[in-house]
Ligand binder design. Structure first.
Ligand code: ADP
Ligand code: MG
Length: 266
């Protein structure tokens, strides 16, 4: 595969073409409020401007209730802003846009389906031929380190492995943009570290079919480790208080394979 000097994938080598220097994602003046039981409005997001550029990982760091998940839902087209615009891959978002996938805090797998079947579900809406669905799903499972567990049921997997299935289910659609809503925060610290590092390695090696990432977290170290820029959210209403550029060499971390083996046996 193609790499630039940072070790990041060459944007020209994959995904739909965008006009020169067009951002993957652009939010302008986004406001979101919810009706309150007393008849008033709860203003959750106020005047959010955000630009995700090709090859970037942006972190959204903020306290609980600052509107981070709401912001991801607006980007994923699961809710609409009351003012402002969300433009994704050159198109204004009105409903779930193609090219965007999400990973949540809990993998929320169907317990009666195998790993392969859970991952295949991610592709069902795309109307691909069955052999293509199977091949792509097996590739995603392999990529995220679950080779050999295709036929396992969620109850047979550890929390970390279940979250890997959550990642595979998102990656299998080959999203241009991956939205991650605290995907490591339900895992114990060692498991979280292993999964984060695997993700960073795949990203640095250009193996992920994605072009940009938004990572929601309330873990400062995780934001610094994983992101190129961190947007710090304030509460009531949610707004971006500060933007912090992270300037660390890539790739940032490589876990000793011995450490990984030990963690997996704990
Ligand atoms: P965060 O992810 O930063 O913890 P959220 O986006 O989940 O924050 O929530 C921000 C605020 O919006 C909270 O006060 C929450 O109660 C409120 N909120 C979120 N979704 C809804 C909804 N569908 N209806 C009413 N209030 C909501
Ligand atoms: Mg949240």
């Amino acid at each position: 595969s193609h790499h630039d000097t940072t070790g990041r994938p060459d944007p020209a080598s994959r995904g739909p073409a965008l006009p020169d220097a067009a951002p993957l994602l652009e939010l302008r003046g986004v406001r979101k409020s919810f009706p309150r039981p007393d008849g008033g409005e709860l203003l959750v997001l106020d005047g959010i401007d955000l630009t995700l550029r090709e090859g970037e990982v942006i972190g959204l760091l903020g306290r609980s209730g600052s509107g981070k998940s709401t912001l991801l839902r607006l980007i994923a087209g699961l809710a609409a802003p009351v003012a402002g615009s969300v433009t994704c891959l050159g198109q204004e978002v009105a409903g779930p846009p193609p090219g965007v996938a999400m990973v949540f805090q809990s993998a929320a797998l169907f317990p009666w389906l195998t790993v392969l079947e859970n991952v295949q579900l991610g592709l069902e809406a795309l109307g691909l031929p069955p052999d293509e669905i199977r091949r792509r799903s097996l590739d995603a499972i392999d990529l995220i380190g679950l080779d050999g567990f295709e036929s396992a049921y969620p109850r047979e997997l550890s929390g970390g492995m279940r979250q890997r299935v959550g990642f595979a289910r998102a990656l299998v659609v080959h999203p241009a943009i991956l939205l991650m809503d605290e995907p490591f925060s339900a895992l114990d610290v060692l498991t979280a570290e292993t999964l984060r590092t695997d993700f960073l390695d795949l990203w640095a090696e250009g193996q992920l079919p994605i072009r940009g990432v938004i990572l929601v977290t309330h873990n400062i170290e995780e934001a610094v480790l994983m992101c190129d820029r961190i947007l710090v959210f304030g509460c009531n209403p949610g707004r971006i208080l500060k933007e912090i550029a992270v300037d660390l060499p890539q790739p940032r971390v490589r876990l000793d394979p011995g450490f990984r083996d030990i963690v997996e046996r704990l």
